[in-house]
Design a protein around this ligand. Structure first.
Ligand SMILES: Nc1ncnc2c1ncn2[C@@H]1O[C@H](COP(=O)(O)OP(=O)(O)OP(=O)(O)O)[C@@H](O)[C@H]1O
Ligand SMILES: [Mg+2]
Length: 136
């Protein structure tokens, strides 16, 4: 078990959120949700932009993979998802993509085991409570 690194974690989640806006049309809707249960924590970043083509989908967590520039509103280095997947893996979790057969929605899903990250989440919650008190 390794301690959660909040900077790395932030980097991983941030890339998913930036991607949802950067690689889709301007009006695309993005939904971020977090669900926690006894056995797992699920963080989902979902958008209703254009579907990712099957060739790209197959290798999307590999470095330097990108859809053709014509379908993507902005080019990037193609490293964000590969790095995010490694970070999540290092914290004992998984990063996957779920895209509906119709291509209407796609979601990047982070799954984590609570026992690996609870310490970090509790610390973040305590820090938040402390900051809230300071602000009052
Ligand atoms: N939410 C999304 N909607 C559509 N295409 C996406 C989405 N997320 C990723 N992609 C596609 O997957 C490719 C890889 O994403 P990745 O985050 O690894 O790299 P990047 O965003 O291009 O560059 P960066 O290294 O700056 O993150 C993108 O170039 C894009 O083609
Ligand atoms: Mg990216």
């Amino acid at each position: 078990m390794c301690p959660v690194d909040p900077i790395e974690f932030d980097r991983a989640v941030n890339n998913l959120i930036v991607n949802a806006y950067k690689h889709n049309r301007d009006a695309a809707k993005v939904r971020i949700s977090v669900a926690s249960a006894k056995e797992e924590i699920r963080i989902s970043v979902e958008d209703d932009g254009d579907p990712i083509d099957s060739e790209c989908l197959e290798h999307i967590f590999e470095p330097f993979v990108s859809q053709s520039a014509s379908r993507s509103s902005s080019e990037g280095s193609g490293l964000g998802l590969a790095i995010a997947a490694k970070i999540i893996e290092k914290h004992g979790g998984t990063l996957n993509i779920e895209q509906s057969a119709t291509g209407d929605t796609k979601a990047f899903i982070i799954m984590l085991r609570p026992e690996k990250v609870m310490g970090f989440l509790e610390k973040a919650a305590r820090q938040h409570a402390f900051n809230s008190n300071v602000c009052k």
